[in-house]
Design a protein around this ligand. Structure first.
Ligand code: TPP
Ligand code: MG
Length: 554
């Protein structure tokens, strides 16, 4: 049966279990998606089309692949605008499938912007469908890359969506995705090092979440009686009410990173960035690097020993090996848990204090503390924005289930929180979904708020309204790092709750600390009937949060 490429792609997506596709028009595959009854979530710009699909892949840990389409081809305005979303997905390692129009045969080289070279810099693979009959082959390859190995975006460019091929010649079968198990000899060496350690520390990255290995991480940590820290992107990979959980950032994390002699890194590239730790005095520590990607070994820090393989299979193998080697005893308990508690209590004391503050304007930590009280932390989703909400929430927010909180940002692109909250609602319609933002993130979101009303997505946007870019201002604890560019019209100039209320959101503006909890409850309540909410909390600027650790010791 002859079939056109766009229809073939739509049918393959259905075979792969793709339930919807995010988009911003135009893309020549879209009409086929419509005809084949693949629902499209139309965002209001191309960057958000990518970001929603990207966030869906993150939130479902790649078990359901997010797919998006956007404009490409000659004069690829949509693609150029989508680039920010693609770059973020690539830098953060998200397995999202992006489908776009390809430059048609005969039209290459006629514009300044070179599509292929641009797309190659932000993708695990950029595929160009140069013959219609290659449709199943390229889709198979795309899903193999999306479901195997280190996650990353795949971009497919379709130059001629109406060309036809024989659908029966190379029938499509869904791709399972494959994992690799670690070398048992490497596992034994890792166990030797762990057993000999004086002060071991587990450093868990997002690979643990993608491998669905949270329970295995907990089992190993308990058996090895070893404290755990996670990266920002892995926040929630380990239950944060667990006695062995140290934190994501802050003094207690610095204390453990500094004092550890052996670091068992799992599911992380160990690349120090703006929003991650370096390993202090790395050359003096023994770093065991458990990773799926051999190119991360000896990347930024000297790897003493590597264990290559899927994080879940690796953690299970380590647990079993330690069990066998210690006749089931593991590492001795000593007072590891008591020490972790003491370090956490000390590190978090000043934040816990402001989480109970009655000051006005409201202290942002009071909003976070009250949010934790209102939410069912086992049945909700919260994410931060770029800016102080990221730094503050990742310091104090207790995450009890994987992806109960989405930390993001090797590259921290303003506005992503709205995309993440939308994706969370799509992934788990029964969970409350909350994006916490400052004014800069809100500015990026404004055009896309209509989507929530149109699609009846009951999520809540919490705005920490402080009239400026709090981390940039002058004279808080010092001169500020951007004193000339931190002030915007604030709550005294513009009432954003009225602006967004006119769109149709449930909105409130809250000045009183005692009103935080009731206002949040009302917002979450209206969300249950599919109505979005926006709550503006009039807050002080309070750029105080846990730090990241640098390369040299304290
Ligand atoms: C796309 C993009 N451009 C620039 C930045 C740099 N940036 C990070 S946070 C920020 C301002 C944050 O201010 P606000 O949203 O008011 O949050 P606050 O820190 O006050 O809570 C800027 C400009 C960024 N993260 N993303
Ligand atoms: Mg602000």
């Amino acid at each position: 049966m002859p079939i056109d490429v766009a229809t073939g792609i739509a049918r393959i997506l259905k075979q792969e279990g793709v339930a919807w596709v995010s988009t911003f028009p135009v893309c020549r595959v879209n009409n086929a998606l419509g005809r084949e009854n693949v629902p499209m979530l139309m965002m209001r710009d191309d960057r958000y089309a990518v970001a929603v699909a990207d966030a869906f892949s993150r939130i479902t840990a790649g078990s359901r692949i997010g797919v998006c389409t956007f404009q490409g081809g000659v004069n690829a305005a949509g693609m150029q605008y989508a680039y920010a979303g693609l770059a973020q997905a690539y830098e953060d390692g998200s397995p999202v499938l992006c489908i776009t129009d390809g430059v048609p045969a005969g039209a290459s080289g006629n514009s300044q912007y070179d599509v292929a070279s641009a797309m190659k810099t932000v993708s695990k693979w950029f595929g160009y469908l140069d013959k219609p009959e290659r449709t199943p082959e390229l889709m198979r390859r795309a899903f193999t890359m999306l479901r195997s190995g280190r996650p990353g975006p795949v971009i497919l460019a379709i130059p001629n969506a109406t060309a036809t091929y024989d659908e029966t010649a190379d029938p499509y079968h869904p791709v399972k995705g494959w994992k690799s198990a670690p070398d048992p000899a490497d596992v034994r060496t890792a166990t030797d090092l762990l057993l000999a350690a004086r002060s071991p520390l587990i450093y868990a990255g997002e690979g643990v979440i993608y491998a669905n290995a949270s329970e295995d991480l907990q089992a190993l940590a308990e058996h090895a009686n070893t404290p755990v820290i996670t990266t920002l992107k892995a926040k929630g990979a380990f239950p944060e009410d667990h006695p062995l959980f140290v934190g994501v950032r802050g003094d207690q994390v610095a204390h453990y990173l500094n004092k550890s002699d052996v670091i068992l890194a799992v599911g992380t590239s160990l690349s120090p960035g703006r929003f991650s730790h370096a390993i202090p005095d790395a050359a003096k520590k023994t770093i065991i690097h458990c990773t799926i990607d051999e190119l991360h070994i000896n990347k930024m820090v000297p790897t003493a020993h590597a264990v290559i393989g899927d994080a879940r299979l690796t953690l299970q193998a380590l647990r079993q090996d330690m069990d066998a080697r210690t006749s089931g005893a593991g590492r001795p308990a000593d007072n590891v848990a008591a020490d972790v508690k003491a370090a956490r209590d000390q590190g978090l004391a000043r934040y816990r204090q402001v989480m109970a503050s009655d000051e006005k304007p409201i202290n942002p930590y009071r909003v976070y503390g009250d949010l934790m009280q209102v939410l069912d932390l086992r049945n909700s989703f919260v994410t931060h924005e770029s800016g102080n909400t990221r730094d503050q929430l990742s310091t104090v927010f207790d995450t009890l289930i994987p992806r109960g909180f989405l930390g993001w940002g090797n590259v921290s692109t303003l506005g992503f929180s709205l995309a993440a909250a939308i994706a969370a609602k799509k992934a788990h319609p029964g969970r409350t979904s909350v994006a916490v933002t400052g004014e800069a993130g809100l500015g990026y979101m404004l055009g896309n708020l209509e989507v929530l009303l149109r699609e009846k997505l009951g999520i809540t946007v919490v705005h920490i309204s402080n009239g400026g870019f709090a981390g940039y201002g002058p004279g808080f604890w010092g001169p500020g790092h951007d004193p000339f560019t931190h002030q915007v019209l604030g709550p005294n100039d513009v009432d954003m709750s009225k602006v967004i209320g006119m769109l149709g959101f449930h909105t409130e503006r809250v000045n009183e600390p005692a009103e935080i909890i009731p206002a949040l409850r009302r917002a979450l309540d209206v969300n249950t009937s599919g109505r979005p909410a926006y709550i503006e909390f009039i807050c002080c600027q309070y750029p105080v949060y846990g730090g990241w650790v640098g390369r040299s010791a304290e």
